[in-house]
Design a protein. Structure first.
Length: 97
């Protein structure tokens, strides 16, 4: 079994944000506007520790963000394919309708 696999930044974000109850609704709303809006929202979470107008101060939130940054590795958010993350957020919703 291969154990040296490291997920891409796109896989990290696409696996994280749709399933995190703290941020998935705002992320879905941003994704509905477009990939650029989603990128801005997630970038604010990760780099500015800000959820819209609210600063993140909860230690659990900050540790979660730190873990995502660590998992993304060297490429970070710059290497994310935002259209794929957008699909991860929106396609499950359209399939339910």
């Amino acid at each position: 079994m291969r154990t040296d696999y490291h997920p891409t930044p796109t896989e990290v974000v696409a696996s994280w944000i749709p399933h995190d109850a703290r941020w998935h609704e705002a992320a879905r709303a941003a994704a509905a506007v477009g990939s650029d809006e989603l990128r801005r929202y997630v970038t604010a979470l990760v780099h500015e520790q800000r959820d819209g107008d609210r600063e993140l101060g909860d230690e659990y939130d900050l540790r979660s963000i730190g873990a995502v940054v660590e998992d993304m590795g060297v490429g970070g958010l710059a290497a994310v394919e935002w259209n794929k993350v957008r699909d991860a957020l929106l396609l499950p919703l359209t399939k339910r309708i």
